[in-house]
Design a protein around this ligand. Structure first.
Ligand code: FBP
Length: 548
């Protein structure tokens, strides 16, 4: 494999660890925990893993540990730093006992069930240190939630002598990991399960998990690209760039990129929902900003659009939920029809009158995308919905009407972009390289201490890495009951953008000025070497959230 010069230089980067993980580690038990809501129901479901204490690590005395065999899986979408989590687990396990072994199950949770694995040796791991991607063992979106899968996985673990599994995933995967931990604890199967918080979307966070890994790098990559586009827009002065950003539910990525780049518009889905805005409200807001800038002679700009927007517009949300229900039972019937027109007509007939009106008003390409396949968790695949193109079309129509009314005299030419895959496998920033390595190391300490049902947690992240606080959080602590596919289920509460949070408040203070004036910031590419204020800054989101 030919390596780039940067790749070769990054191989020798030594990720920083919190002081508590550098030498021998003592584990300190904190207070017993409760779930964030629905305590009685969650306690009843997780009889063995509910109410466990918080754990933190401190420098301790050397103690000998027996060798362990551990399995690791990567679950869901790629996020920068996954390889460093795995190298952190590996180094942590070897530090516990050099005879310990790490197995990687291939292609996500499916590999665990189907017994597809590879032993991760030192030379194997060395090729992946500080690199982006999940290609070391691959990832997948198979849901691990049925007892038959748990039993197959157990059989595969037993055959390899595996006594602990690490699941690196988002909220759904960690919820399933906790169900697995409970099942193995209940059946005294002898397999511990530890989770690691991953997702570029940034929506797996709470008091004990300050950020999911990958968010930092992905936002920095998108912000570089947005900055470059803004410079182009400000040079050519002829295009409006509508940039859709990944994040299937929450708008954390859009908000962070807005704070980094100061675009003219950034739509925050959570605000759209809270204000019960319609699609027309969003289009009108965009058209008004465009008209105002045009009145100042500036027929160009940038607008950031969160990927999950359509699901937050109340009428669209209702439509999507009706589509989910109808398609869950009638997908074959719909797919048996030849043309898209016929399919749309059949689906429209079976919607409520309110949703039908919304459905038929959508551009046909968007309506088709809304009918497309769901992911294994039953979610609409929002990354396939071309919201940015839809908004350009709708804004164009709105501006034409405004022109007739004498409210707009300028020009509008839209350029659509979608940034998602560009950032998911980027080489991790120093922050993510250090954070991920520390998370992996933490997972190995939790395993060494015989813990199960915990998520690795590393906090105090705006301080230098040496002062980070490592430990474990019981996964049940993050859970509440939610309706999923018609049934109440225990799930990790998803963290959406808080409208009373410091990052959103800062954005609101600035956005009117950013809309009309051209105050673009150009962050440039991630820097790995150089002064710490250039190379080691955490996200603006974290800095604002932790500002004392
Ligand atoms: P995870 O929640 O699994 O981390 O994935 C996040 C994400 O990157 C979303 O932002 C995006 O909607 C989705 O994955 C796209 O996934 P896929 O490429 O599998 O459709």
């Amino acid at each position: 494999m030919t390596k780039s010069s940067l790749q070769i230089a990054r191989e020798s980067y030594n990720p920083k660890l919190p002081t508590s993980l550098m030498g021998d580690v003592k584990i300190v038990e904190g207070k017993k925990t409760e779930s964030v809501a629905d305590q009685a129901e969650i306690k009843d479901i997780f009889k063995n893993t509910y109410g466990l204490p918080l754990l933190t690590f401190e420098p301790g005395q050397a103690s000998s540990k027996s060798a362990v065999n551990v399995g690791v899986i990567l679950s869901g979408g790629q996020a920068p730093g996954g390889h460093n989590v795995i190298s952190g687990i590996f180094d942590g396990l070897k530090k516990l006992n050099s005879d310990s072994k790490l197995y990687g199950f291939l292609g996500g949770p499916g590999g665990l069930v189907d017994n597809q694995y590879v032993e991760l040796t030192s030379s194997f791991i060395d090729e992946y240190r500080n690199t982006g991607g999940f290609d070391i063992i691959g990832s997948g979106r198979t849901k691990l939630e049925e007892e038959a899968q748990f039993e197959k996985a157990l059989k595969n673990c037993k055959a390899l002598g595996i006594t602990a599994l690490v699941v690196i995933g988002g909220d759904d995967s960690n919820t399933n990991a906790c169900v697995l931990a409970e099942y193995y604890a209940q059946h005294k199967s002898g397999v511990q399960v530890i989770g690691v918080p991953k997702t570029i979307d940034g929506d797996l966070k709470n008091e004990m998990i300050e950020t999911s890994f990958g968010f930092d790098t992905a936002c920095k990559v998108y912000s570089e690209l947005i900055g470059n586009i803004q410079r182009d827009a400000n040079s050519a002065k002829k295009y409006w760039h509508f940039i859709k950003l990944m994040g299937r539910s929450a708008s954390h990525i859009g908000l962070e990129c807005a704070l980094q780049t100061q675009p003219n518009v950034c739509i925050i889905s959570e605000e759209v929902e809270a204000k019960k805005q319609t699609l027309d409200d969003v289009v009108t807001y965009l058209a008004n900003v465009i008209a105002k800038r045009s009145a100042n002679g500036e027929n160009f700009g940038t607008a950031l659009i969160p990927e999950g927007l359509v699901e937050f517009i109340p009428a669209m949300k209702k439509l999507i939920s009706e589509l989910n229900d109808y398609l869950a039972h009638n997908e074959e019937k719909v797919n048996s029809l030849e043309g898209e027109v016929e399919k749309r007509a059949l689906v429209a007939e079976n919607l409520s009158s309110e949703s039908r009106a919304v459905f038929v008003s959508l551009p046909s390409a968007i309506a088709n995308q809304l009918m497309a396949d769901r992911d294994p968790h039953g979610n609409v695949q929002v990354s396939l919905i071309e919201t940015e193109k839809m908004l350009i079309d709708m804004v164009k129509t709105k501006l034409a009407d405004m022109k007739k009314e004498g409210k707009f005299a300028g020009k509008f030419a839209g350029q659509p972009h979608f940034f998602g895959y560009e950032g998911r496998c980027a080489a991790p920033s120093n922050f993510d390289a250090d954070y991920c390595y520390s998370l992996g190391f933490t997972a190995s300490v939790l395993i060494g201490e015989g813990k199960t049902g915990y998520m690795a947690s590393v906090r105090n992240l705006t301080a230098p890495a040496a002062e980070w606080i490592a430990g474990g959080v019981p996964v049940t602590m993050m859970m509440n009951m939610e309706r999923r596919h018609g049934q109440m289920k225990p799930v990790i509460q998803k963290a959406l953008v808080r409208l009373d949070g410091a990052p959103f408040k800062r954005f609101v203070e600035c956005r009117d000025s950013w809309a009309v004036n051209t105050e673009y910031v150009y962050p440039g590419p991630i820097q790995y070497f150089g002064p710490t204020e250039v190379c080691d800054q955490p996200t603006k989101t974290l800095q604002l959230e932790q500002k004392k």
